[in-house]
Design a protein around this ligand. Structure first.
Ligand SMILES: O=C(O)[C@H](O)[C@@H](O)[C@H](O)[C@H](O)COP(=O)(O)O
Length: 250
């Protein structure tokens, strides 16, 4: 079991973005120095858009070794890549294209599949092949970026859903709150095996959930997926802006 999470708090906006970019640069550079490449699972939602914009800015884009990175996704919505909700679509437009990252470095989840269970199995197979991790090994990703939902979900692991309790598969089908198969997600086994897990959380809307996950004394890990992210031996970092951290000091 790893030590307790490292919690970093910055002023909102550019301070938070600069700290996020600095962490991304340092983690990827150290990993590439040590092993020649860095396998990263990108998070979804809207927060990554600001991060990608900062990483592709003149200040940061020359500080990372992009050609040594392999990009996976922590989760994907059940939509085609050109849909506005696609996590891959956002990364393609805001990160991969601007940086000229070759699509051979990118492995997307096929959210458009009419059979999400098959898409999950395919992604699991690709993940195992990419990381040379045949069953029963669990791939060790170098960096997993995560966001936090206001209900405590992370990736597409929603409270009380089968994907959250999935222990034998690396990738599962995420159910929408209405119970409709609508997403693909890495499962906790993969996430908790990572060398570094970095939560990127901003805004007052997340403050109460940040406090519930990080400070609650009533065993939040029993119900809140984000509280179940406890890397086995890796490093867990929460990068919060003042707004998201606002309830921690109460
Ligand atoms: O595909 C997704 O929606 C995400 O992976 C999800 O876990 C996201 O990270 C959180 O819901 C936070 O989303 P925001 O960044 O939009 O607040």
């Amino acid at each position: 079991m790893s030590s307790s999470p490292e919690i970093l708090v910055c002023r909102p906006g550019q301070d938070w973005l600069d700290r996020a970019c600095g962490l991304f640069r340092d983690i990827t550079t150290q990993t590439i120095q040590a092993q020649g490449s860095c396998v990263i699972a990108l998070s979804g939602g809207t927060t990554p858009k600001a991060l990608y914009g900062a990483l592709t800015s003149p200040e940061w884009k020359t500080q990372c070794q992009w050609d040594r990175m392999i990009f996976l996704f922590g989760d994907e919505r059940g939509v085609p890549p050109d849909h506005p909700d696609s996590n891959y679509g956002l990364a393609l437009e805001a990160l991969f294209r601007p940086l000229g990252i070759g699509l051979s470095q990118v492995h997307r989840m096929k959210g458009e599949s009419t059979d999400l269970s098959l898409a999950a199995a395919d992604y699991e197979q690709a993940l195992r092949a990419l990381t040379h991790s045949p069953p029963p090994a669990i791939p060790r990703l170098d960096l997993v970026l995560l966001g936090l939902g206001e209900d405590g979900h992370t990736a597409s692991l929603f409270p009380g859903t089968p994907a959250l309790s999935e222990r034998s598969h690396l990738v599962a089908v995420g159910l929408s709150p209405k119970g409709i198969p609508s997403r693909l997600t890495l499962t906790l086994g993969v996430i908790n095996r990572a060398t570094v897990v970095l939560f990127l959380v901003t805004g007052t809307g997340k403050a109460e959930m940040v406090r519930a996950v990080l400070q609650s004394k009533t065993q939040p890990e029993r119900t809140l997926p984000a509280a179940q992210v406890k890397p086995d031996s890796g490093h867990l970092v929460w990068l919060l802006d003042d707004a998201a951290a606002g309830a921690l000091m109460r």
